[in-house]
Design a protein around this ligand. Structure first.
Ligand code: CKP
Ligand code: MG
Length: 316
């Protein structure tokens, strides 16, 4: 039995070298991406029993994803191999040190064919984590997320949602409209300011731009904890206990992608350990710092034995 389950699409990742335009003959690195598998790896490295629910194609990209996740200790028994569609792919150009551009090849890919029947029996687990990326993939992927969230709620799991708005897939307004109906089954929300505004539907009219009002709107619904991610500007956690803020750790950021997922994994790890919100946030901030300072979407994720390393390194 696993403690935590994440659900979503993993994509093969073709990754250019840092600060290098992609040209014919460029060296690239082959790996995989996907917010929910990033979180699964993050939790596994922190010592939690975690399962991943997904669909991959019957191809070498899908096998690479599954074999790597298995090697990281993630339970992949919930990954369906779909013989009728390829594994999705993503190409990432680290165009300059500061500008990343990505291309998705995910239309009609296996992840978009997730269906409600793919959701396994969730009883026995304690936590389900989903993101706003999956519902953007297709109507059946949307229904799969709804089904999982409702089933988790019924089985008494903590349900966690990272808004993760992807402008390549849909507008913030579309994301907010699609995700807001899930809120009555969600306990924990993660998002950046624009994402929290979209989820609270405050990006359309009203007090536009008031993120504090948006957080309060969300807390008046079912979610009891809202985590506001502000990247290098730090993060805060909001709930009945009040507001707790933390600055980001001062590290050398080489790759922002995946930092949000590492942050989420750190926070959820604290939650599974039963530590207080401040300690959850501290772990989240540290895990985010590990991820931004290593090239790759999940490769830099911290192991439990490494927690404290960045704080210690600062004193060297
Ligand atoms: O919000 P993050 O930078 O942590 O998310 C990164 C992931 O799933 C990345 O791995 C990519 O594949 C994606 O978000 C996506 O679909 O954009
Ligand atoms: Mg994110």
């Amino acid at each position: 039995a696993v403690d935590a389950i994440t659900l979503g699409e993993s994509l093969g990742l073709v990754m250019g070298e840092p600060a290098t335009p992609l040209r014919a003959g460029s060296s690239v690195r082959f790996s995989f991406a996907g917010a929910e598998s990033n979180v699964a790896i993050g939790l596994a490295r922190l010592g939690h029993a975690v399962g991943f629910v997904s669909r991959v194609g019957d191809d070498f990209v899908g096998r690479m994803v599954v074999e790597t996740l298995r090697g990281e200790g993630v339970d992949v028994s919930g990954v369906v191999v779909d013989e009728a569609a390829p594994t999705a792919l993503m190409v990432r150009q680290h165009r300059t040190a500061d500008a990343l551009t990505v291309l998705y090849y995910r239309d009609g890919a296996a992840g978009s064919r997730l269906q409600p029947g793919d959701v396994p029996d969730l009883s026995g687990a304690r936590l389900l984590h989903v993101t706003g990326i999956t519902p953007a993939l297709s109507a059946s992927a949307m229904r799969t997320v709804e089904t999982a969230v409702r089933a988790a709620r019924a089985a008494g799991l903590v349900v966690s949602l990272d808004v993760n708005h992807r402008a390549l897939l849909w507008s913030a307004q579309e994301a907010g409209a699609a995700l807001a109906p899930l809120l009555d089954a969600v306990d924990l929300v993660f998002g950046g300011d624009d994402e929290l505004l979209a989820l609270a539907r405050r990006d359309i009219g009203g007090d536009v731009g008031d993120v504090h009002a948006a957080v309060d709107d969300l807390l008046r619904q079912r979610p009891s904890v809202v985590v506001r991610k502000r990247g290098a500007d730090g993060a805060s956690v909001h709930g009945a206990f009040g507001v707790i803020e933390r600055p980001a750790l001062a590290v050398t950021a080489v790759d922002p992608v995946g930092a949000g997922d590492a942050f989420v994994a750190g926070f959820l790890s604290g939650l599974l350990d039963g530590v207080d919100p401040a300690a959850c946030l501290d772990r989240a901030v540290e895990c985010g710092a590990f991820a931004v300072s290593v090239h790759g979407d999940w490769e830099g994720a911290a192991r439990r034995s490494e927690l404290g390393l960045l704080a210690r390194a600062e004193r060297v």
